[in-house]
Ligand binder design. Structure first.
Ligand code: P6P
Length: 352
């Protein structure tokens, strides 16, 4: 029976899952509800971007020296405003903000921290190609519940995430999230103003037929990665090769296709970027939790992403993720690439 006919709203689903979290006091459910409101507001703005003056850039640059687009700014502010008053968070961090986003002194602090990429895929905004919002939630580790959280709360290893997910602003607006009990997808029905359960308990195929990587970087790849991608292009009916290349250039969209159809998404370390491009705390960690919860693997080339101990809030992290058989095959090719040496050197270089 197709779930599209189900009338299970995300609020109902969160409440139903609450019994799975003995420590859940309802605050966690209310936190997710507030985040869903922010995503609804961003979805509305993305949908009308062509009419409202929200295309283009603000003229500012973010902490990474990248041009900030108007929708980036709007999405960032929307999440901060929707989340700071609920009393569930003690701190936030965003791709668009250099340091901790504190909860104002006058407002109640909570037991969680939220890290997010407010609008992933910015370069695709003005050409109406799928973009998304990525989020990651941890319980605070600092003891003082009345104080704003600190960097230790925000830079925890990914296996401590209590929830992770993304919104996808594509042909429809979808929300995919996990609280550690599998992955569920909800599709937004704007006529009802509700996210309705559309794909419960998503499970990835053991291997797929797609690979997703920016082939423009191929001359920068280390030898192992070059050999792996060449392997995927060989003719071999038994292993269903050649794979098809799909690359949207929005990590959320490329990972979502990998989650739904199987295969592998890669943004590897290379000779120019020893730690790849994607950010560990608010892109790679949440995407890795979702992929693992759906039965896949997510590694930095050598290590399980969720085991990585962060050194800084905005650090980059190489990513290979997707179907178990595909990621395991890729690892046999790249295990001798000089990634760990360069990463170690790069860690020293980037430590402020
Ligand atoms: P490239 C979008 O700007 C982003 O951060 C990710 O969403 C995406 O996977 C990647 O950059 C694309 O980068 O170098 O292939 O254009």
């Amino acid at each position: 029976m197709p779930y599209r006919s189900s009338l299970i709203t995300i609020e109902r689903h969160i409440a139903d899952q609450q019994h799975l979290h003995p420590y859940a006091t309802g605050a966690f459910s209310r936190l997710l509800r507030d985040l869903m409101l922010a995503i609804r507001v961003i979805s509305r703005e993305v949908r009308r971007a062509g009419f409202a003056d929200v295309f283009g850039t603000t003229g500012d640059e973010n902490v990474h020296g990248e041009a900030v687009r108007k929708l980036d700014d709007f999405s960032n502010e929307t999440i901060i405003k929707a989340m700071r008053y609920g009393g569930h968070l003690c701190a936030m961090a965003s791709e668009e903000a250099e340091g901790i986003i504190p909860i104002p002194d006058a407002l109640q602090k909570g037991s969680y921290v939220l890290l997010f990429d407010p609008l992933d895929g910015s370069s695709n905004i003005d050409i109406n190609v799928t973009i998304g919002t990525i989020f990651s939630i941890f319980r605070r580790v600092s003891p003082d519940i009345d104080q704003t959280g600190d960097m230790d709360d925000l830079t925890q290893p990914g296996y401590r995430q209590v929830a992770a997910g993304y919104a996808l602003y594509g042909s429809s607006t979808a929300l995919v999230y996990t609280t550690g009990n599998g992955v569920d997808m909800f599709t937004y029905d704007p006529t009802l103003g509700e996210f309705l359960l559309s794909n419960p308990s998503i499970k990835m195929p053991e291997h797929g037929g797609y690979y997703s990587i920016n082939e423009g970087n191929s001359l920068r790849w280390h030898e192992g990665m070059q050999n792996y991608i060449a392997y995927l292009k060989d003719e071999d009916s038994e292993t269903k090769r050649p794979y098809s290349l799909r690359y949207i250039g929005t990590a959320v969209a490329d990972v979502h296709r990998t989650l739904m159809y199987g295969g592998i998404f890669l943004y590897p370390a290379d000779k120019k970027s020893p730690r790849g491009k994607l950010r560990l705390m608010y892109e790679v960690n949440p995407l890795a939790m979702l992929i693992e919860q759906a039965g896949g693997l997510a590694v930095d080339g050598r290590n399980r992403v969720l085991d990585l101990v962060p050194e800084s809030l905005h650090q980059r992290c190489p990513l290979m993720c997707g179907s178990v058989k595909d990621v395991e095959k890729a690892q046999t090719f790249v295990e001798n690439d000089p990634i760990s040496e360069e990463v170690r050197e790069n860690i020293a270089a980037s430590t402020p």
